[in-house]
Design a protein around this ligand. Sequence first.
Ligand code: NAI
Length: 459
Amino acid sequence: MTDTYLDMVNSGLGKQLASKLGLPRPVTLRRFKAGADFPDGSVLVLGKGRAGDAAAKDLLAWNLDVRRTAQDVDRVGAVVIDYTEAESPAQLGGPALELASALRKLRPGGRVITLSRPALGIGTGAASGAAGSEALSPAVSAARQGAVGILRSVAQEMRGGVTANGVLIADGVAVDAPSVTGAIRFFLSGRSAYVDGQFLTVGDDRGDAGLDWDHPVAGKVAVVTGAARGIGEQVTRTLAASGATVIPVDVPMAGDALTKLANELRVPALQLDVTDPQAGQKILDLVTARYGRLDLVVHNAGITRDKMLANMDQAKWDSVIAVNIESQLRINETLLASEDLGAAPRIVCLASTSGVAGNRGQTNYAASKAGVIGLVAATAPLIAAKGGTINAVAPGFIESDMTAKIPAARRQISRRLNSLQQGGLPVDVAQAITFLLSDAAGGINGQTLRVCGQSLVGA
Ligand code: NAI
């Protein structure tokens, strides 16, 4: 699916017209390019805490032009704000107003990133075994959640493909933990092009920050379900381009496309319905016979059977639950009981913003996708015991065969109702998944990352 409106407002006459009429002016996003993946311009690190110092050290190691004040900087590529030591709401204004003075200098495709600690009971990454925040005073908790409010609002104010996202560092986790570095790297990168207004919680000190960023899953053996087309196909291609050996799985009906993709990547294709009670074992049998172990799994296969609840029938309800959530539960159970997983097994499950916020006409789908979010939180400690992680990605409106079925007028509206004023591409979801499957994200577990351009649905 192409977004003709986006093309139109980026052409000479269309641009002028959209500007005159006050219409949305989405821009082409800065997406990942191997070897050229940082924003254009200086990186400003605001706030005087230890997290800011640690971030500045990382940024210097990446050969970026790091500044600690907005003065005398002309072109700003990114701003990193350290709120980790904020103890009262009165301390929030200083860095926020310093950010304000830099915003006009932010280049298209730039980034704003906050570093902060989670407020009480919110985003503590409880499933990851992080130390809790039980002893927080109301003022500290208010300051921490205040930083979240700032970030989410800044994200909504940005234009020109600039995104704003935050790293929440759980109490007890070092400010320079590998996955803090990993999350900063991800948010700076074109790999996070369609992630906006979101937070990643680093729940422990595991992970590896020293990866080759162009090939963050090098040497890993991966399986992607629903790989014949759409998001799954892009996940397969992106993981392969990022260094993994990827075995694509899809139903026999999609056999031709699946075989074509597998031949291109020189891997075996697995024709399999994920609702098969033996699906987990069949995946393990094929992959271990050929490659000796399985490191990464992406539960991407999914279907919609949309109807208002008043018109819903048993078959539509059951098929969505069976494909979207029961298959994931059953396959995970087999995988976690197996001896054939690699040393740091990682799973990413496809949820949806419909699972976060609900959606009219999608009770069955929302039940399945909200179920995925619950599954991930509860499986996190089980897989952590094996040295691994499990996270969900919740896409918003992504241009694919699935969303092409939405009636035209509704599709146009759905596309624009987010801070980036456009739908995402399958590759945007694939890039976020690639990061979560990499060892750079080893300290991120049990979470749901929205890839939705800060969709207003369930914002
Ligand atoms: P799609 O319909 O284009 O592709 C889904 C793939 O899954 C197809 O190749 C299909 O053959 C395969 N599949 C379906 N049932 C299967 C089964 N029982 N066993 C094995 N494979 C099966 O869908 P799209 O858009 O690429 O979505 C991929 C995932 O992302 C789904 O889980 C979907 O719910 C989720 N998602 C998509 C969004 C979007 O805007 N496109 C938004 C939110 C979530």
